[in-house]
Design a protein around this ligand. Structure first.
Ligand code: GRF
Length: 189
């Protein structure tokens, strides 16, 4: 059995998609979803999906080993950040080398770094008249959006696209590819 621990800060549509993808797979267990937002919609999804949803605050994350200790109890094979907006502290990175992955809604190294999340990314892609954007799935290190790239998938940006239509295209790629890449990583491919 392989265990996944997810981290999310917002809506959690990727979390739900990943949970549903692995529902029929008896080899993969979604151990828990951890969030830094008490009001995150992802917690409602956890309730509905019957998945452990756990909240932690800034102090627990950055000043203690509390979150690390909780994650350790699940013995994760992979820690997946799916729309998680805080920088991951050293204690987690040191304890789970090459086991923490993130998805970024653009083609890194473009449109990465602090402040580059959600619609900010798609608005910047539009403003710069990019002709393509996409997703980047990468390992997490101590700097935002800088770990080794695992997979990038592109989509075209048309002159008629708005930040909203770009976001939609990117989400479609996330839903299609993120669970598959997670599955490959769990298989050691
Ligand atoms: C996704 O676009 C992901 O790439 C980014 O944050 C967004 C999360 O969306 N890191 P959701 O919470 O999964 O709906």
């Amino acid at each position: 059995m392989k265990n996944i621990v997810l981290f999310a800060s917002g809506s959690g549509s990727n979390v739900e998609n990943i949970v549903q993808y692995f529902q029929e797979n008896s080899e993969v267990n979604i151990s828990a979803v951890l969030t830094n937002k008490t009001q995150a919609q992802v917690l409602d999804r956890c309730n509905r999906l019957n998945i452990n949803g756990l909240y932690f605050n800034r102090n627990a994350f950055y000043e203690t080993d509390c979150v690390l200790d909780i994650v350790k109890t699940f013995n994760p094979d992979l820690i997946v950040l799916a729309g998680f907006l805080w920088k991951v502290p050293k204690n987690l990175i040191a304890n789970f080398p090459n086991k923490i992955v993130n998805i970024h809604p653009a083609l890194l190294p473009k449109y990465g770094g602090k402040g580059m999340y959600g619609n900010n990314v798609h608005e910047a892609v539009r403003a710069n008249n990019e002709t393509e954007t996409g997703i980047t799935i990468h390992y997490v290190n101590e700097n935002y959006d800088e770990g080794a790239v695992i997979r990038q998938v592109k989509t075209s940006v048309l002159a008629t696209d708005t930040p909203e239509t770009i976001a939609h295209k990117v989400h479609e790629l996330e839903y299609e590819y993120f669970p598959k890449v997670i599955e490959e990583l769990l298989r050691g491919e």
